[in-house]
Design a protein around this ligand. Structure first.
Ligand code: AMP
Ligand code: MG
Length: 334
């Protein structure tokens, strides 16, 4: 079975093709980069409309397959920015109708878990999902993925991007802040906002800007922000492991490309005698392959929808969707 997946929830338009062993047969992505400031949903959607047809062609060429070899078309139904989601859904519906293939809606957060799960070979890991718009600790329970902890305000990546732009940089801020942080050495005092299983970043942003206004070195600021914010994420992940009596963690989301975050979570998990796995960066960030793979899991359970019931759901929660494949089959090893 070969599935084509379309991702378009935020700034990245991506098309991936996977087979039934989760091998990535083709993947083509293009990220919208605003000239200044953060993401403008309508402009990002225009970018996706313009780039997706070429990405479909490119992924098919890489995979060396034609429409006949494809068994279904999956798309990210939510959560995400409405105009961006609609751009991807429109392309997926068009392909499904033109090729006469089933259309499979996929939850974007669940897709991050499933690609990390299959690549890791771990059967039942928890996911620390750290991306631009989302920050959640997710575990499976009773037929669904459950959010055990999350951000109470903005996503970690949006926080890093916003801070970097306020410090004079450009989007995306996370990778640039990581390079800057490597030059820092002094740990400046910043608020540590963990509330039970949840975290918050707006106080951290205000405090970091106040330090900046008082002349703190940018490298020390970047270093201190990374250490503080990633310690908060590591703490809620550890609390979730302890409560759920789990011993494995996978990472997902663009911020999971960060070496400091990977290192901190790995140290915590290994100190508990557990296992940590992070996918390669190309499959940590938003990508069509994770949508295709989760579409494969759903379609194996007969889950597809007619076009008239395929509306996008910008606020679709992780725990709103069923994950029936978890009942019947363990993770495959890639
Ligand atoms: P996503 O929303 O999952 O596609 O991820 C995009 C987010 O990941 C943006 O906010 C980026 O700034 C952030 N990001 C990407 N690479 C890194 C990195 N190495 N360190 C921290 N954040 C990163
Ligand atoms: Mg994402």
């Amino acid at each position: 079975m070969v599935i084509l997946g379309v991702e378009s929830t935020a700034h990245t338009a991506s098309v991936g093709l996977v087979d039934d062993r989760a091998r990535v047969l083709g993947i083509a992505s293009d990220m919208y980069r605003p000239a200044h400031g953060g993401i403008h949903p309508r402009e990002a959607a225009n970018h996706h409309v313009a780039s997706l047809p070429g990405l479909v062609r490119s992924a098919l060429e890489q995979a060396k397959v034609g429409p006949d070899a494809i068994d279904g078309v999956a798309f990210a139904q939510g959560p995400g920015l409405g105009p961006c989601l609609r751009a991807g859904a429109t392309v997926a519906r068009t392909l499904a109708l033109a090729w006469g293939k089933p259309l499979v809606p996929v939850n974007h957060c669940v897709a991050h878990v499933e690609i990390a799960r299959v690549l890791s070979g771990l059967d039942d890991p928890m996911l620390l999902y750290a991306s631009g718009g989302n920050t959640q600790v997710i575990a499976h329970g009773s037929g669904r993925y459950r959010v055990l902890g999350e951000t109470l305000d903005i996503g970690i990546g949006n926080f890093l991007d916003k801070l970097w732009i306020a410090l004079g940089g450009t989007f995306p801020g996370g990778p640039a802040l990581e390079r800057e942080a490597a030059l820092g050495s002094e740990l400046l005092p910043l608020p540590y906002s963990v509330h039970g299983m949840d975290v918050a970043f707006s106080g951290l942003f205000t405090a970091a800007m106040a330090l900046h206004d008082r002349g703190a070195r940018r490298a020390d600021l970047a270093y201190s922000v990374e250490v503080t914010a990633y310690a908060m994420l590591t703490e809620i992940t550890e609390r979730a492991l302890a409560h759920r009596r789990r011993d494995a963690v996978v990472l997902g989301g663009g911020v999971a490309c960060n070496q400091r975050l990977r290192g901190m979570v790995r140290s915590m998990v290994e100190a508990r005698g557990g296992t940590m796995f992070a996918p390669p960066p190309s499959l940590c960030v938003d990508n069509g392959a994770m949508i295709a793979w989760t579409g494969h899991l759903a379609l194996s359970e007969g889950r597809s929808v007619p076009v008239e019931r395929s509306a996008v759901q910008p606020r679709q929660r992780t725990d709103l969707v069923e994950a029936p494949w978890r009942r019947v089959r363990p993770a495959l090893t890639a």
